[in-house]
Each structure stands twice: as C-alpha cells, then as structure tokens.
Design a protein around this ligand. Structure first.
Ligand code: ARG
Length: 464
C-alpha cells in the first residue's frame, strides 16, 4: 500500500515524476463532467447489482456514497486533486474514503475509456438541448423584430451594391431560416451523440454478464455503440457538434457583420441600444458595436476548436489513446461560446431601433427598380433581352442626367420605347417593386407576413 500512489501505480517501481503527473492530469477541466460521471456510475452500479455481480449491500453503499459526492460537487465542496489525475479517479477515491471496500467494486466491468466517452456524450446531449432552446429564443426575437418592422423597406444588395428594394422583415427572416437549419442540424447530431459506449470497457468488452441495454435505458440513451473498439475510440459525435457550432457561429457572424455595417454612419440604418455598446477610452464621441464585433471574432475560436478535434482524431490508431483527453476543452469552449452568443443576441435584437426613412431612401436609390422597368416592358410584349437593353440605355441616361428613374419625363421615356406609358410610374416606386414580388419566398409584405405566421406555427411544433 505504501507505494500505491495512484490507482494504477502497483505496476510501477518508482513514483511518477511530478511534472508528468501534472502534465497528464485532466481534473482541472474534466471536473466539469462530475455530475455526468456520477450519473453514469449510479446506473452502472445498479446494473452490476441487478446482474448479481455486486451484492445488494455493496450497491446500497455505493449509491449512498455517490449521492454524498454529488451533493459535495453541487455545493462546490468537493476537493479536487491533481494527484488523482482526472474526474473519474477523484470521485472513485472519494467514494472509497466514504464507504470503504465497497467503493473499490464500482469499477468492475468498466474502464475509464468507456466511462469518459459516456460522460462526454451525456454532457453533449444536455448542451445540445440547451443550444436548441437558445436558438429558438433567438428565432423568436428575430420574428418579433421582423413583425414590428413589417412596413420597413431597404435596399437589397448584391456585391454590396444596391440591387433591388426589399422588405426589411424579409431580410431578417433569412436569418430565421439559417437558424432553423442550424437547430435541425443539432437535433440530428443528437441522435448520434445519444448512443451508449459503456460496457465497451477498455476496448474489448468485459467477461462479466453485464446488461448494456438496461444501462442505456436507465440513462435514456437511444441505443448502444455496437462495436466496443469504436465505442471507446471515436469522437465523431463531438466533432459533429463542433461543426454544427461552427456553422451556427458563421451565420451569427454574418448577422454581426451586417449589424456593424448598418450601425456605421455610412449606412445609418439602425441604432443598437447603449446597454449593448461600449465607448472608447480616448474618443469621447464613440459608441461601438462591440457585441457583434466580438461574436464575429469568436468564430475564430469555434472554428479552431473544430480543427483541433479533427486533427486530434486523424492519426490515432484504434482504440483509445490518451490524445483523446484533449477533446474536452475545445468542446467546452465551443459549447460556452455558442450558448452565450445566442443568449446575448436574443436580447440585443430586441434593443435595435430602425431608421425607417434612411432605409427607404436608399431602397429607391441606385436605380433599384430598373428590373421592374424591364419586367414592365416584357409584360408589354418585348422579349426580356431586348427590354434589358432598352432599360440599360435609360439607366445610362438617368446616370448622366442625375435623376431617379421615376423622375424621367414621359416624353424622354418614349424616345427609348413607345411601349412605356403613364402606368410605368407606379412600377418604379419602392412600394410598387416590393409589392409586385408576390409569391412564396419573395419580398412582398403580404408574403413576409405569411412567412412570419408560418414560422410562428413551426416554432410551436415539437422538433422531429
Ligand atoms: N482522463 C482521460 C481522458 O480524458 C480518461 C480516460 C483515461 N484512460 C486511460 N486509459 N488512461 O480521456
């Protein structure tokens, strides 16, 4: 017992070098999995008892001990030690201190390899539910903001140049759609997260008559990892979560970029509330959109975390390798980053004030209704390519004469086409242009209100 420094140290003649001990320990970060570790252990112990692998009395003691440890963890009273390497060994040691010999039976038919994979899956399962809930909150925020601004028009851009007038709500609802796909991606990935690795033991399974299906049911897993070697060695479920996180952050980053641009005086489209902005330490006049900038910046770490896990996995021979200890921090970091970003955006969106007049002015600038004029001529019988040519010449005239399309005199229009009549002026307004695009997916206010209604109904449905 004297040289029994670690749970596995009987094999060694000399104690582990102090630096190695610190270097190989993971407890500083994997203690975050403690409650999942205990949950898994309780189910494992109950199964061992049910299968008569451990006695009733040992099980009761283990259950009592683990419940005590759970309370210590919840109350922040558990004392973690790097001497005991990781969350699993810390808890097991404490259990044995609390209940004696019975504590040493908990690890029967199990390895830390299947244990840690189980913990991580339980963690990701919960985080995925939380992320889905936060995405829904942000979607609701976007919907109510869009509804409030259903009568706001803006310039729709391509190549960052004025393209065609659009409804602001239409633009906002594009983000609702992106988030809808993100949400479903997380939901879908959860099916692959929610498979039980426990029972794989170190890699080959165990010689005890365990009941894996029972444990899966107890821990609410959808099924079992079917191959014990795969169960302990792959982290594709975590990589998938990190990819989902990266794509979500990519969408939030695009939104960030737009909010930052719109808030710039060069656009002047929106105001973000003071409570979501910060000032400058040198320029007293500054009000900066720090929150969107930071969310745009955080994509860097989230993408980095995805790369980290892909790289971690790529050359590992089967089965478990200690490399996998490196999987946790990137997962925790991305999980925290996306939960915080979603939460703060759900609140920030509600704080935005819109400068309707400026948006409308730019919506009509840049000959944004030129396509409407071309379509007008097509409806009067011209082939689209011909009308495109004619309108290009009219725009050329308007640029040189510094007038908007709707300011061109009828006598002037007639020089380009005698098919143009007085009814053209209505077509050339922002409202005329937007209202004319009246089919599913298009920008007319009628369609957008329907899209919003559809989205609201969708959010009330359970995901499936
Ligand atoms: N701390 C380890 C990890 O995070 C637990 C599994 C250790 N297993 C082992 N055979 N050394 O992966």
């Amino acid at each position: 017992m004297s040289k029994q420094i670690k749970k596995w140290s009987g094999r060694f003649d000399e104690p582990v070098n102090k630096l190695v001990q610190i270097f190989t320990a993971s407890v500083d970060f994997d203690k975050r999995l403690a409650l999942y570790d205990i949950k898994g252990s309780l189910a494992h112990a109950e199964m061992l008892n049910k299968q008569k692998i451990i006695t009733n009395s040992d099980f009761k003691k283990i259950q009592l001990g683990l419940n005590k440890i759970q309370n210590l963890v919840i109350n922040n009273e558990f004392i973690w030690s790097v001497d005991d390497e990781d969350v699993h060994l810390n808890i097991e040691k404490k259990l044995t201190q609390l209940i004696g010999e019975a504590g040493k039976k908990l690890h029967t038919g199990r390895s830390r390899n299947d244990q840690v994979a189980t913990d991580l899956r339980l963690f990701l399962r919960d985080v995925t539910d939380e992320v889905i809930e936060k995405i829904i909150q942000l979607q609701k925020s976007i919907i109510s903001f869009a509804k409030k601004n259903a009568d706001v028009f803006m310039p729709g851009l391509t190549h960052l140049q004025i393209a065609q007038p659009i409804s602001f709500a239409h633009h906002l609802m594009a983000y609702y759609e992106m988030l809808e796909r993100d949400k479903r991606r997380f939901f879908d990935s959860k099916k692959r997260i929610n498979q039980l690795p426990l029972g794989a033991a170190a890699l080959a399974g165990t010689s005890y008559p365990i009941d894996r299906k029972w444990v899966a049911k107890k821990l609410k897993f959808d099924g079992l990892c079917e191959n014990s070697i795969d169960a302990v060695s792959d982290r594709d479920f975590a990589i998938e979560f990190l990819f989902d996180a990266s794509l979500l952050m990519t969408h939030l980053s695009r939104l960030s970029e737009e909010l930052i641009m719109w808030m710039s005086p060069f656009f002047g489209f929106i105001e973000i509330a003071d409570s979501f902005c910060t000032g400058s330490s040198i320029m007293p006049q500054k009000k900066n959109p720090d929150v969107p900038e930071l969310i745009r910046g955080k994509v860097a770490r989230v993408n980095g975390n995805l790369m980290a896990l892909l790289t971690l996995m790529k050359s590992q021979p089967l089965a478990y390798n200690k490399d996998n200890q490196e999987d946790k921090e990137p997962v925790f970091d991305s999980a925290d980053t996306i939960v915080d970003s979603l939460e703060i955006y759900a609140a920030l969106i509600k704080s935005i004030k819109v400068n309707k007049k400026i948006m409308l002015k730019y919506a009509g600038d840049g000959f944004s209704t030129a396509t409407d004029l071309a379509d007008y001529l097509v409806k009067k019988g011209l082939p689209f390519r011909t009308s495109h040519e004619i309108v290009a010449e009219i725009v050329n005239y308007a640029v040189k004469s510094k007038v908007h399309l709707h300011e061109i005199q009828m006598s002037e229009f007639k020089k380009y086409s005698n098919k143009i009549d007085d009814d053209v002026y209505e077509v050339l307004t922002v409202l005329g242009s937007v209202t004319a695009r009246d089919h599913i997916g298009a920008t007319s206010p009628k369609q957008i209100l329907q899209a919003i209604k559809k989205a609201e109904i969708n959010l009330r449905k359970k995901l499936s």
